[in-house]
Design a protein around this ligand. Structure first.
Ligand code: PGA
Length: 251
């Protein structure tokens, strides 16, 4: 069995309702049928309408960018995993570096979120990755290991099997400074080795590991051709249909 290749768009806090509708319409028009999965991770307000626009396209899937760790309750302004599922989301990004940084999301909190998401039957796209200072110090492997151990490696294998991992070096996100294909491959191979140690080689071979951080139409092909890079989590370039579809076509 070949592992699933995925290109996921992370719109972040961009696009009004109308702009979002236009973007999805353009993506649907340009996208060719393929075996690779495409996931659109939109702001909450778009989920319902995007679900309707993509329902007949078998390789297009819907995702959110965050959810609360509790199932329900008095958490004003928050959105639960069950709510996401009820509008047709299949995926949810957990632990994006912007959530870790601007909303102080800790490894422990992310472990809770992962459990909640899996418990309800959604699929987490779990983000890990180091800041520039850590890369300069040369301790990125230790940091990523700690992030994975804290939030994922407590899972039973059957739950871990549903997780998609996204390696996103923080210094490459939104900066135009992409990791080189060698840097991406090195970290992806390391992550796969950690999974192999914990869950065995077979599970490691089947785990989808995405690269994120200034992936663009002009560098996606080289990144995706690395043996352990199974696709991308795309921020800025997911906001333009032509760029996003060009990245999807880069496998
Ligand atoms: P970027 O963002 O492609 O704009 O660098 C990637 C991400 O944050 O997921």
């Amino acid at each position: 069995m070949r592992r699933t290749q995925i290109v996921a768009g992370n719109w972040k806090m961009n696009k009004t309702y109308q702009e979002g509708r236009d973007l999805v319409k353009a993506i649907v028009e340009k996208l060719q049928p393929s075996d690779n999965k495409v996931v659109l991770c939109t702001p909450f307000i778009h989920l319902n309408s995007v679900a309707a626009s993509i329902k007949d396209i078998s390789n297009l899937h819907l995702g959110a960018q965050n959810c609360h760790q509790e199932m329900r309750g008095a958490y004003t302004g928050e959105v639960s995993a069950a709510m996401l599922q009820s509008v047709g989301a299949e995926y949810v990004i957990i632990g994006h570096s912007e959530r870790r940084k601007y909303f102080s999301e800790s490894d422990e909190l992310l472990a809770q979120k992962v459990k909640t998401v899996l418990g309800i039957g959604l699929l987490p796209i779990f983000c890990c990755g180091e800041e520039l200072a850590i890369r300069e110090e040369g301790t990125q492997n230790q940091l990523v290991k700690k992030q994975l151990e804290a939030a994922l490696f407590g899972l039973e294998e059957e739950d871990f099997a549903k997780v998609v991992i996204a390696y996103e070096p923080v210094w490459a996100i939104g900066t135009g400074k992409t990791a080189t294909p060698e840097q991406a491959q090195e970290m992806h191979a390391y992550i796969r080795a950690l999974i192999s140690e914990k869950y065995g080689e077979k599970r490691a071979d089947l785990t989808t590991i995405l690269y994120g951080g200034s992936a663009k139409p002009n560098n996606a092909k080289e990144l995706f051709s690395q043996p352990d890079v199974d696709g991308g989590l795309i921020g800025g370039a997911s906001l333009k249909a032509d760029d996003f579809v060009a990245i999807v076509n880069s496998f």
